[in-house]
Design a protein. Structure first.
Length: 405
């Protein structure tokens, strides 16, 4: 396949070297078009050595072969990584003041961009509007991820990892991936059970793990419906622009249950990652409770519905249901025992058991899980980034589905 990789002027340009390397390693013909600003981060010699092709940056080079049009016409796929806020704005406006710009206008190949910028720039209304314009034109967006940025900052705006970019790009063109053809329903975030108009019962879930599960499935070829309760700021940014992810927002457990039952009705796999409140108040006050109330208010709690058990009880033939169990345990053996008891109680095909605490599990970029199947056997143990855990989970789902078939 003939692949054009555009590289724009951001610090993440160094990661684009690995994007090119992965494409070449997979046997593709890769032509790199760096902007002048990109060459301030990674030099011309590097791009030529990695791509194994001469690299030019100007529309005035190789004029005889009309290179500023030829690259776009020949391309089977165009990847822009990193795509800075400036480059996205130029793409949206159709500005072609360099070789990358003319190539983008001259191509009819699929175009995929991997944004990279600081959080404030990603959230700016101009960037939001430019991304919406590009998506409306058929451009595909991977990322940005939520994580460390230059200067010690952290948040949405980090370029997705090269492996994710390449996997998503190739799946887009070939229509392949080990989850291609599967319809997936995923829940994420923490539910909020109202007490009065301003207060609620909730939990510390950031939603990161469920979003990672949804994105991993989409980038491996699945069509995903992501039902999101409360999530931290920026966590949904990447999922909301992914072409194979559809996001539905909910608040309380009852809304989550309704949305997941609807999503599961057509799904091949259901993953309940959301942290659902176990209790809600029996009667929600229609006014704010006050310290001046006498006697002091007493909250009467009742259990919320068991959404996961309900999904298992009403599963479709051939459907795989996955649950998550966040537990605190004094030692690994007890964590595993609690997980097995919960798996049996819920009846799921696969249970991801993770230990949580004051500084682990919730509100963290990393996670550690033990995956237990319907025979109560440990099929995998994994730790690392939540995206890494998500891929391990889907590997286990494929194993379980293959065994069932």
């Amino acid at each position: 396949m003939y692949v054009v990789v555009g590289v724009t002027g951001g610090i993440a340009a160094y990661k684009a070297v690995h994007v090119v390397r992965l494409l070449v390693k997979n046997g593709h013909e890769v032509h790199v078009i760096p902007t002048d600003d990109a060459l301030r981060f990674v030099g011309l010699a590097t791009w030529e050595a990695i791509s194994r092709h001469p690299v030019t940056t100007s529309v005035h080079d190789d004029v005889a072969e009309v290179r500023h049009v030829a690259l776009g016409r020949h391309a089977d796929l165009v990847i822009v990584a990193p795509a800075t806020a400036n480059s996205l704005a130029k793409m949206a406006a159709g500005i072609a003041d360099n070789l990358l710009g003319t190539t983008l206008l001259a191509t009819s190949a699929p175009v995929i961009v991997a944004p990279a910028m600081h959080t404030e720039m990603w959230r700016h209304p101009a960037t939001v509007a430019n991304i919406a314009t590009l998506i409306a034109r058929g451009v595909h967006v991977v990322g940005p991820a939520d994580g460390p940025l230059t200067g010690g900052d952290s948040g949405p705006g980090r370029m997705s990892e090269p492996e994710q970019i390449v996997a998503c790009a190739l799946a887009l063109v070939t229509g392949t991936g080990d989850l291609a053809g599967l319809r997936v329903a995923v829940s994420t975030g923490g539910t909020r059970e109202p007490i009065d108009p301003v207060r609620f019962l909730g939990n510390r879930s950031s939603g990161r793990q469920g979003v990672a599960v949804a994105l991993a499935a989409a980038e491996r070829g699945a069509e995903v419906l992501l039902v999101a309760a409360h999530v931290d700021d920026g966590v949904l940014a990447e999922a909301s622009v992914h072409p194979r992810v559809r996001v539905t927002r909910v608040a309380a457990a009852a809304e989550l249950g309704t949305a997941m039952r609807e999503a599961a009705s057509a799904a091949d796999a259901v993953v309940m990652t959301a942290a659902v409140a176990d209790y809600r108040v029996a009667e929600v006050s229609d006014r704010k409770l006050s310290k001046d109330d006498a006697p002091a208010p007493t909250l009467h709690l009742v259990q919320t519905e068991d959404i996961l058990a309900g999904l298992v009880a009403n599963r479709r033939d051939g459907q795989t249901v996955v649950g998550f169990a966040a537990e605190t345990a004094p030692e690994p053996a007890e964590l595993l025992a609690r997980g097995r008891r919960k798996r049996a109680r819920k009846g799921v095909d696969l249970l991801a058991v993770n230990e949580v605490g004051w500084t682990s599990g919730f509100e963290s970029a990393e996670n550690a899980v033990v995956l237990i199947d319907a025979r109560d056997e440990v099929v995998a143990e994994t730790s690392g980034s939540k995206r890494h855990v998500a891929d391990a989970l889907w590997d286990a789902v494929l194993l379980v589905r293959g065994r069932a078939g």
